[in-house]
Design a protein around this ligand. Structure first.
Ligand code: HEC
Length: 502
C-alpha cells in the first residue's frame, strides 16, 4: 500500500512519455521583431542543405536537400515529411540534388521536375527527371534528359511557365560549350513537359533558348512574363540577366559588361547581351524570385535575390517595364549565414533557406539549428543589418581580403580542409613574392597538390585587380597569423604582370 500512489504516478508518467512526448520533428518557432519594424520567424530548422524551396499547391513549402531528399515543411508548425529519397545521387561539394520545379497547374498535371548529379560509366552526368505527385509520395520517374556534369558549375534551376519547362544548365567546367548553341551545357533550355522540343522553339529541333552562361543559380519569370536569371561569375562579375530568346550572354569572353577592348569586339561580332547588373567583388548570387504582392509595399515590382558569399537577402527594384534595375537594398546581411534559395507565398510572405551545412561554411556557422527556413513578413531599411552598403568593417586591406579571398580561404586564412588550402603558413605566400603574385594573377592551372593534399577546386585569376589593391591584399595575406613576411614592392607586381604578358 505504501507504494500505491507512487506506482500510479510512475504509470501515468510512463504513459505520458509514450503517448504525449513532443514530436522531435516539430521545430520551435521563434518570431523576432526588430526595432525598425523588420519581422521574421524561423519556421523550420534541422534541415540538411536545402537547395530549392517552392511554395506548393498544398500550402506547404516543398524543398530539395542536396543529398537526395525531396521534402515538405508545413510553415504553420514546422513539421516535415519526406516525399522521395533518391538513391543514385552523387553528392560532393556543389553536385547532388539541385533544382526542382512544380508544374504551374498541379491539378491537371501533378508533375514535379528535378535535376541531380549521377555517376555513370565513371563520368558525371546531370539527370533531368519528372515525377508524378500522389498524396505523400512521388512516383513514376521518367528521365527526360541526361547531360554532361562536372565537379563544379552544374547550375542549376528549373521553372515551368505556361506549361513549358525551362532549365538553366551550368557549363560543367567546359570552356567551349557555352558558346556552342548545339550542346546542352551553359544554356537555358526550353522543352515540353515530356522533354520533347516545342514546335515554336526558335531553332528547329533544338532545345536551346539562350546561351553564353557560366553557372546560373537563380531563374524566375516576372508577372508580365519576363525571364530573369542570377549567375555566378568567376573572380569578378556576378550577374543578373534579362533573358531574350536566341541571344548570346557572352561567357567566357564577356564577363559582366563588355568593357575591355577584347570584350567589346566580341560583343560587336556576336551581338552579346550585357547584364542588367554586375557585381565585383562578387556576392555569390543564388535563388531569385519576383515580388508582386502588396504585403511589403516597398518590395513591389522587385527582384528578390539571396546570396551565399554575400550572406543576405537583396531587393532589386525594377523599372515599370522591367528592363532596368533602379536600386539595390540589402537585408539581414551576415545574420543567417549563407542563403541559397527563397520563395514567396500567395499571402506575400518571403521565405528564405540557409545553406550553412554545405561544403563552404562561413565563420560562426552552421548554428546548431541550421539549416533553417525563415519567414519574413515585414522588412525595414532602418534596422542595422539592413543597409545599402556591403563594405565590411575593418581596415582597407582586411576589407579587400574579405571581398576577394575570404569566401574560399576564410577570414583567418586557414581555408577549408581538403578544399581550399590555408594561406597561413603557406610557403607560396611567405617565400618568393614573384611566385605569390603569379599565383594570384593566373589562378589555378588545374588540380594542385600542396603539402601532400590534393585540391580539385580551382582558384580564379585576379588579374583584373588594380596594382594598389593587389599590394594591399598581398601585404595582408603575408601578415596573417604566423606569416611575418615583409610587404611586397610595387615594382615587383609590375614586373610579374609584364612577364606574363610576354
Ligand atoms: C573561388 C575560391 C578561391 C578564391 C576566391 C581565392 N582562392 Fe586562392 N586558392 C583556391 C584554391 C582552390 C587553391 C588551391 C589550388 C591551386 O593552388 O591552384 C588556391 C591556392 C592559393 C594559393 C597557393 C597556396 C599554396 O600554399 O600554394 C595562394 C597564395 C592563394 N590561393 C591566394 C589567394 C588570394 C590572395 C586570393 C584573393 C585575391 C585568393 N587566393 C582567392 C581558391 C580560391
Amino acid at each position: 500500500m505504501k507504494y500505491f500512489y507512487l506506482n500510479i504516478f510512475l504509470a501515468i508518467s510512463f504513459l505520458y512519455f509514450i503517448w504525449l512526448k513532443p514530436d522531435p520533428s516539430l521545430s520551435v518557432q521563434t518570431t523576432d521583431n526588430l526595432q525598425g519594424g523588420t519581422q521574421y520567424t524561423v519556421v523550420a530548422s534541422g534541415l540538411n542543405i536545402p537547395w530549392e524551396i517552392v511554395w506548393g499547391p498544398d500550402q506547404k513549402i516543398w524543398l530539395t536537400e542536396q543529398k537526395g531528399y525531396v521534402c515538405r515543411v508545413d510553415p504553420l508548425n514546422g513539421k516535415k515529411d519526406t516525399l522521395l529519397k533518391l538513391d543514385d545521387v552523387w553528392y560532393l561539394r556543389t553536385t547532388g540534388l539541385l533544382g526542382m520545379a512544380l508544374h504551374s497547374d498541379m491539378k491537371k498535371n501533378p508533375y514535379v521536375f528535378l535535376n541531380y548529379t549521377i555517376q555513370k560509366d565513371k563520368k558525371y552526368m546531370t539527370r533531368l527527371v519528372r515525377y508524378t505527385w500522389q498524396k505523400d509520395t512521388l512516383i513514376n520517374a521518367k528521365t527526360l534528359m541526361e547531360i554532361p556534369a562536372a565537379n563544379g558549375h552544374n547550375g542549376s534551376r528549373l521553372t515551368v511557365h505556361e506549361g513549358i519547362l525551362y532549365w538553366a544548365t551550368g557549363d560543367a567546367l567546359s570552356l567551349t560549350d557555352s558558346q556552342n548553341p548545339q550542346t546542352p551545357n551553359g544554356k537555358i533550355l526550353r522543352m515540353n513537359i515530356d522533354g520533347s522540343v516545342p514546335a515554336d522553339n526558335p531553332m528547329k529541333g533544338n532545345l536551346v533558348w539562350a546561351w553564353g552562361f557560366r553557372n546560373i543559380q537563380g531563374m524566375v519569370f516576372s508577372k508580365s512574363g519576363l525571364l530573369y536569371t542570377s549567375e555566378h561569375g568567376d573572380a569578378n562579375d556576378d550577374e543578373i540577366n534579362l533573358i531574350q530568346k536566341t541571344r548570346n550572354y557572352g561567357w567566357p569572353t564577356v564577363q559582366g559588361f563588355a568593357e575591355s577592348v577584347e570584350e567589346s569586339s566580341f560583343k560587336g561580332l556576336h551581338q552579346t547581351v550585357d547584364p542588367l547588373k554586375a557585381w565585383t567583388p562578387t556576392i555569390g548570387p543564388a535563388g531569385l524570385d519576383y515580388y508582386a504582392s502588396d504585403k511589403i509595399p516597398e518590395m513591389k515590382n522587385s527582384l528578390l535575390l539571396v546570396t551565399l558569399k554575400g550572406k543576405s537577402l537583396r531587393s532589386l527594384k525594377l523599372s515599370a517595364d522591367g528592363k532596368q534595375i533602379l536600386s539595390e537594398s540589402i537585408f539581414f546581411e551576415n545574420k543567417f549565414g549563407r542563403v541559397r534559395d527563397l520563395c514567396v507565398s500567395p499571402a506575400g510572405d518571403i521565405y528564405i533557406s540557409t545553406s550553412n551545412r554545405d561544403w563552404n561554411p562561413v565563420a560562426g556557422f552552421p548554428m546548431p539549428e541550421d539549416d533553417r527556413i525563415i519567414k519574413i513578413s515585414k522588412l525595414s531599411k532602418s534596422d542595422p543589418q539592413n543597409s545599402l552598403s556591403s563594405m565590411p568593417p575593418g581596415s582597407k586591406p582586411a576589407a579587400l581580403y574579405q571581398q576577394y579571398c575570404a569566401s574560399c580561404h576564410k577570414d583567418d586564412g586557414m581555408g577549408v580542409k581538403g578544399v581550399f588550402p590555408p594561406l597561413q603558413g603557406s610557403q607560396t605566400v611567405v617565400i618568393n613574392p614573384k611566385v605569390l603574385i603569379r599565383k594570384v594573377l593566373t589562378g589555378s592551372s588545374g588540380p594542385a597538390t600542396i603539402n601532400g593534399v590534393n585540391y580539385e577546386a580551382q582558384m580564379p585569376s585576379f588579374a583584373f585587380l588594380k596594382d594598389e589593391d593587389m599590394l594591399e591584399i598581398l601585404g595582408y595575406v603575408r601578415s596573417l597569423g604566423s606569416n611575418h613576411a615583409i610587404p611586397i614592392k610595387p615594382e615587383t607586381v609590375k614586373e610579374v604582370r609584364a612577364s606574363l604578358n610576354n
